[in-house]
Ligand binder design. Structure first.
Ligand code: NAG
Ligand code: NAG
Ligand code: NAG
Ligand code: NAG
Ligand code: NAG
Ligand code: NAG
Ligand code: NAG
Length: 474
């Protein structure tokens, strides 16, 4: 069964219906009151419909992929978005008053570098005249027709659908004078995702049409990209170590069926990646997925490779990873507190000091970005902190691991920071792909911190990375 946006929401709805049903039984003697209440609900619903809000008849457009969920979830950062938990409405007595979304672009083609490596691995296989393993026969008629870098139409649909969900949850924050403020980092796939999100949002409201308000140049100061720390290292050492654990037996198995292909471990990684890339482009299961489903350790190896890559590239395992998320966190603090941005890292001060390019009076902010940048932001904030660093040769060395790239940064991943008014208190709740984060770093036991406690907890960002930003250039 493929994962489709909206499944979780439907599950929630049917749960609610059940609850209403039992309430009905208990209150049978109050049938009349209930009936009056029900007609009132319908009336309110009709009024809302007439105003174009909040209920929406727009159907999600993301197609289902005929690939089992557990395989899609092993695609690490190339997993199509899925809810990591069931969305829970804020507790009673709390009302959402502001929403800050940072979202990864939807599904894309391989980057140009990855596309070159994939083609090189494929060329080795197609040069073999006779496969001795029938599982490889499909390669004789397989055509590689992927582009590079850009959003694919499945990814556009994911972005469109994510806006439907935002509108469904937060339409009370939207009005003619107050539409979401939208920014995007300048890559084509990120801007296109933002555009498709605004289209989804406009379709859901029937009335209000947000636009992409600001595009942040990736060549300049940009809080939505991780390109401003030249001294930061990469995750190559760690992913190569892991590849030398899971790669050789798969390479040997493929080479046995394709004598003379001489596939390396690196080729193996790139061929496995064809399963997600070919699938999200063609919107149907790629034959490469069938091949690697029969190759022991291929998908689990691939998944852990993505986990390590994110952890050691801009996450906790990278000395200068978290600092790259500081600029965004300082912008988030500015929005939550309604005060000017204080940041000496990667913000563009010209933009952040101007109410036209960094307003503080909106209720929904939607920013479009990349996986590596979102990871840096999670790490700067203290989300998904691990008890022990990820082991480069053993995925199971910690039973407490919560670091899974598929749950952190799938295609179209989203972190939503809700500001909640609970009585007299201003609170913060953070959802990453619908999973409420524990926020132990600001003393929460239930996923709710006061805005004050949250801001206090963000001292690493408020102190501009405590010297780390300078080290980016030293
Ligand atoms: C291809 O391989 C099969 C299985 O090893 C063998 O029977 C067949 O003769 C080979 N054909 C050619 C053209 O080499
Ligand atoms: C996404 O936006 C592009 C460009 O405006 C458009 O061609 C495409 O139809 C949109 N797709 C969806 C699903 O909204
Ligand atoms: C925000 O402030 C600007 C400038 O004062 C104003 O034009 C705009 O209408 C305000 N927007 C909202 C949603 O209050
Ligand atoms: C700041 O943003 C402006 C407007 O996009 C741009 O022209 C300028 O180059 C940026 N400056 C830096 C240092 O990023
Ligand atoms: C594989 O290696 C052998 C021996 O070095 C070589 O003859 C052959 O051309 C190589 N095959 C490919 C596809 O590069
Ligand atoms: C860009 O960032 C650098 C490093 O913090 C800073 O010195 C510079 O003033 C910034 N430029 C702008 C326009 O904000
Ligand atoms: C990683 O796991 C391996 C294999 O279980 C173990 O031998 C090694 O000590 C672990 N490394 C670290 C740094 O914990």
């Amino acid at each position: 069964m493929a994962v489709k946006d909206g499944d979780v929401e439907q599950g929630l709805l049917s749960g609610l219906k059940k609850q209403q049903h039992s309430t009905w039984t208990i209150l049978r003697s109050y049938k009349r009151i209930v009936m009056i209440a029900a007609s009132l609900t319908v009336l309110v619903g009709l009024v809302c419909l007439a105003q174009g809000s909040p209920s929406s008849s727009v159907k999600p457009v993301t197609p289902t992929l005929n690939v089992p969920a557990e395989i899609q979830h092993s695609w690490a950062q190339y997993s199509p978005y899925f809810a990591a938990d069931q969305y829970r409405a804020p507790s009673k007595g709390c009302e959402v008053t502001q929403v800050n979304i940072i979202q990864r672009h939807g599904a894309r083609f391989p980057t140009s570098g990855a596309a070159t490596r994939i083609k090189s691995a494929l060329a080795k296989l197609t040069s073999v005249s006779n496969f001795t393993d029938p599982r490889l026969n499909f390669i004789k008629t397989f055509t590689y027709d992927l582009g590079s870098d850009d959003l694919v139409s499945f990814g556009a649909a994911q972005s469109f659908d994510s806006a439907l969900e935002v509108h469904q949850r937060y339409s009370h924050l939207v009005s003619a004078k107050n539409v979401p403020f939208v920014r995007a980092s300048s890559s084509e796939r990120v801007v296109a995702s933002a555009v498709n999100w605004t289209q989804g949002f406009a379709a859901a409201t029937h009335v209000y049409t947000p636009k992409v308000d600001l595009i942040l140049e990736e060549a300049a100061n940009d809080t939505l990209d991780d390109a401003m720390c030249p001294q930061a290292g990469s995750s190559d050492t760690q992913t190569t170590q892991w590849l030398s654990v899971y790669g050789p037996s798969i390479a040997a198995s493929l080479n046995a069926g394709a004598p003379g292909a001489n596939l390396t471990n690196v080729d193996v990684y790139n061929l496995i990646s064809l399963c997600p890339f070919d699938t999200v482009f063609h919107e149907k299961r790629s034959p490469w997925c069938d091949l690697f489903a029969t190759e022991k350790g291929a998908f689990s190896g691939f998944a852990y490779s993505g986990d390590l890559d994110k952890y050691y590239n801009t996450g906790y395992g990278q000395d200068l990873g978290p600092v790259q998320g500081v600029g965004y966190v300082n912008e988030l603090i500015a929005r939550l507190t309604g005060t000017a941005v204080h940041d000496n890292t990667q913000t563009n001060r010209t933009l952040d000091a101007n109410p036209a390019t960094f307003p503080l009076n909106r209720t929904i902010y939607a920013d479009f970005s990349h996986d590596n940048q979102m990871i840096a932001i999670y790490a700067a904030m203290g989300l998904f902190k691990q008890a022990t660093a990820l082991n480069t040769t053993n995925p199971y060395s910690s039973s407490k691991r919560t670091w899974f790239a598929s749950r952190l940064v799938p295609f179209s991943a989203r972190m939503v920071v809700e500001k909640l008014q609970c009585g007299k208190t201003q609170n913060v709740r953070i959802l990453v792909n619908d999973a409420v984060q524990p926020l132990e770093f600001c003393g929460s036991g239930n996923g709710l911190c006061t805005v004050d406690a949250f801001v206090k907890s963000q001292s690493y960002s408020r102190n501009n990375g405590e010297g780390d930003f300078e080290r980016c250039f030293a």
